[in-house]
Write a protein of this length. Structure first.
Length: 433
């Protein structure tokens, strides 16, 4: 048997199945006991009533017997002073349960025998002769033991209560696990997430405390790593600057130019390391109301004034509560990558009711599909030659990814039809004018 995929469905199936099984067994035993009791009472009354009626009719004068028949009739059997209807003898292996009772009540003195009467409804007759030779027929129409009309209503109410109790039990059992799963999904060491409620049952409270402690330890560990990276990168700037000053004092030579180029690359890498470390604290920047269209116009004009081929299409018509320095760094990194690998950048803005999308596209070589997620890792470069002029430091997209998360947005990459890369930044619209 294939079990349901969700834990809630499995618990509901177990609880409801167990309750229904227990309820079914209890109801069956009670119904069987009620059936046995009702049958015993019915047969006891039948024996007494038939024995009394036959004895009474046998002692009455023949002229008075017909007047007594309506008084002796019952809902499921009646008396007739004739031979009855034609029928067939009863099957000895399948006798109605009333037959032995009637035999015991009447005895053998009246020549008792039974016949089944054909028809749509089960029916049989008991034929006998009174002491004066007059025929007497007992016409019996067996009926099932009556069931109270309120019983089905009670059964439905009990089943509804079982379903309700099962739902409450499963909900109480699953809700703490759901909260834990949601807390893990929103676990972000770079953001100050609210602590999970540590109340409830002992096991749930213990798991919540463990998750809160885990969140703190991960945050502390990452902060320590970023502080170490920032400290090393910052401290390296001073000796690199001293080395550049010494190189400037050297005579012009090919070795001097190569050493100067290496020092520039080292300084660029150090600055990118500091920028990446600072990007981990992007959420610390105060939020400001920013007109997105004016912000992007200003950014594009700066690139165009520098002689870069950057174009802007679309208008959002929104003002965002965002961190402007972080947003400028993200869009700037994407534009720099597009200019480096494609020679030109196309900036496009679109929006819907809940979000605004900023797309930066180029016509460069693009990125292999298998590496579209890998390039967000620090120091990962698609360029295998490790050339700083083409491959960069491998921190630009990692910085953009960190700052995008600090802005509450989502950064994704995709290849364009016809060649090139499209970087899409999705930002939620918190305020709109």
């Amino acid at each position: 048997m294939r079990l349901p995929r969700t834990l809630a469905a499995r618990l509901a199936l177990i609880f409801l199945g167990g309750l229904l099984l227990a309820y079914g067994l209890s109801f069956s035993s009670q119904f069987y006991e009620r059936y046995q009791t009702g049958r015993s009472i019915m047969l006891g009354n039948l024996e007494t009533d038939v024995g009394t009626a036959v004895a009474l009719l046998d002692r009455l004068p023949a002229s008075e017997r017909a007047a007594w028949l309506p008084l002796l009739d019952r809902p499921n059997y009646r008396y007739r002073l004739d031979e009855g209807l034609p029928g067939v003898p009863l099957d000895p292996k399948n006798l109605p349960m009333a037959v032995p009772t009637i035999q015991q009540a009447v005895g053998q003195r009246f020549g008792l025998h039974f016949e089944s009467v054909p028809g749509p409804q089960a029916r049989f007759q008991a034929h006998m002769r009174l002491s004066d030779g007059q025929p007497l027929t007992l016409d019996v129409t067996p009926k099932p033991i009556p069931v109270a009309q309120w019983l089905p209503v009670v059964l439905v109410v009990q089943l509804v209560l079982l379903l309700l109790c099962t739902w409450l039990a499963v909900r109480m059992a699953i809700r703490p696990l759901t909260r834990l799963a949601q807390a893990v999904d929103h676990l972000d060491p770079n953001a100050e997430a609210p602590h999970l409620d540590e109340g409830g049952p002992r096991e749930v409270a213990h798991a919540a405390r463990a998750l809160n402690a885990l969140h703190g330890r991960i945050g502390d560990y990452l902060k320590e790593r970023m502080q170490l990276l920032a400290a090393i990168s910052h401290d390296l700037q001073t000796p690199i600057t001293r080395m550049k000053l010494r190189v400037e004092q050297m005579d012009e030579s090919h070795e001097r130019e190569r050493l100067w180029s290496d020092l520039n690359e080292m300084q660029h890498l150090v600055r990118e390391g500091v920028a990446y470390a600072r990007s981990m604290d992007g959420a610390s920047e105060a939020q400001q109301r920013v007109n997105l269209d004016a912000f992007l116009d200003s950014l594009v004009l700066d690139y165009q004034d520098a002689g870069q081929d950057v174009s802007l299409e679309g208008k959002s018509g929104v003002s965002l509560d965002t961190r402007p320095h972080a947003l400028r760094r993200v869009v700037g990194n994407l534009l720099d990558n597009a200019l480096k690998f494609g020679g030109a950048a196309e900036l496009d803005v679109q929006r819907d009711a809940e979000r605004v999308c900023i797309r930066v596209s180029d016509r460069g070589p693009g990125i292999a599909e298998a590496e579209l997620e890998e390039v967000f890792k620090p120091f990962y470069r698609v360029e295998s030659s490790r050339n700083r002029s083409t491959g960069g430091t491998g921190l630009g997209l990692a910085i953009a990814q960190q700052l995008s998360q600090a802005l509450g947005g989502r950064l994704s990459l995709s290849n364009r039809e016809g060649g090139g890369l499209c970087a899409q930044l999705e930002l939620p619209i918190h305020a709109q004018t």
